[in-house]
Design a binder for this molecule. Structure first.
Ligand code: 13P
Length: 251
């Protein structure tokens, strides 16, 4: 059985004070929840303070990006060792906003996934189609290209640790969620892709999340699907009560 994993992606939100207010409230609301792996993927500038505030709790810390080099002349970038300094065990890689706004390529994303795994940081690899691609019937082709390109050549022993987030771009921040059946269908397809690249055991081990307008009123239905192992949550993760309701979906 795969343990559900629900992650907040705060994107470019929250000052240190706002982040600490959130964490204080949130910890108390999820203290009894040991059925779900909970992750907060926060901006770099609040990593240190949030790490301190989360210390001793079951809530895990994540970042939203990293560079794939150890150090050097890469102005504005953050190295994996800098994340590890704050016990940051997860990192979102290849979010559609990084791909679309900042021009990240499949090749760069492969380098980042590789680097994160080598250093013991769990990558949350994001894939998903635009509305044009969905309407044109290219959802699977797009996910296939992104998944194969990010995972091919990866050491099989490391691959089982990866988390994939299927985030249809048209569902992000729009209030339009993929139906649970559509999300299940694409996520099942992604799992078959992973079986093809590695093997069935790896495919059955890795956790695949759905992301895109997840809220407390649609999480239960999404989580009834056998292949959906959790969620990557944007807007609804910014408020402690709203995100706690999502991670406590079993209550
Ligand atoms: P929303 O939950 O705001 O749609 O964002 C989803 C997302 O991009 C998470 O990475």
């Amino acid at each position: 059985m795969r343990k559900p994993i629900i992650a907040a992606n705060w994107k470019m939100h929250k000052t240190v004070k706002e982040a600490l207010d959130f964490v204080e409230k949130f910890k108390a609301l999820v203290v009894k929840n040991n059925e779900v792996d909970i992750i907060l993927c926060v901006p770099y500038t609040v990593l240190a303070s949030v790490a301190q505030s989360l210390s001793g709790s079951t809530v895990n810390l994540g970042a939203q990006n990293m560079y794939h080099q150890d150090k050097g002349a890469f102005t504005g970038e953050i190295a994996p060792a800098m994340l590890l300094e704050f016990e940051t065990r997860y990192v979102i890689i290849g979010h559609s906003e990084r791909r679309e706004i900042f021009g990240e390529t499949d090749e760069l994303i492969r380098e980042k996934v590789n680097k994160a795994l080598q250093l013991g940081i769990t990558p949350i690899l994001c894939v998903g189609e635009t509305s044009e691609e969905r309407e044109g019937g290219f959802t699977e082709a797009k996910c296939r290209k992104q998944v194969e390109s990010a995972l091919k050549g990866l050491d099989k022993s490391l691959a089982a640790q990866i988390i994939i987030a299927y985030e249809p771009i048209w569902a992000i921040g729009t209030g339009k969620t993929a139906s649970s059946n559509d999300a299940e269908e694409t996520i099942a397809y992604i799992r078959r892709l992973v079986a093809g690249i590695f093997d069935e055991t790896t495919a059955q081990t890795i956790r695949i999340q759905y992301g895109g307008s997840v809220k407390s009123d649609n999480i239960k239905e999404l989580m009834t699907k056998p292949n959906i192992d959790g969620a990557l949550v944007g807007g609804a993760s910014l408020d402690a009560e709203s995100f706690a309701k999502i991670v406590n979906f079993k209550e």
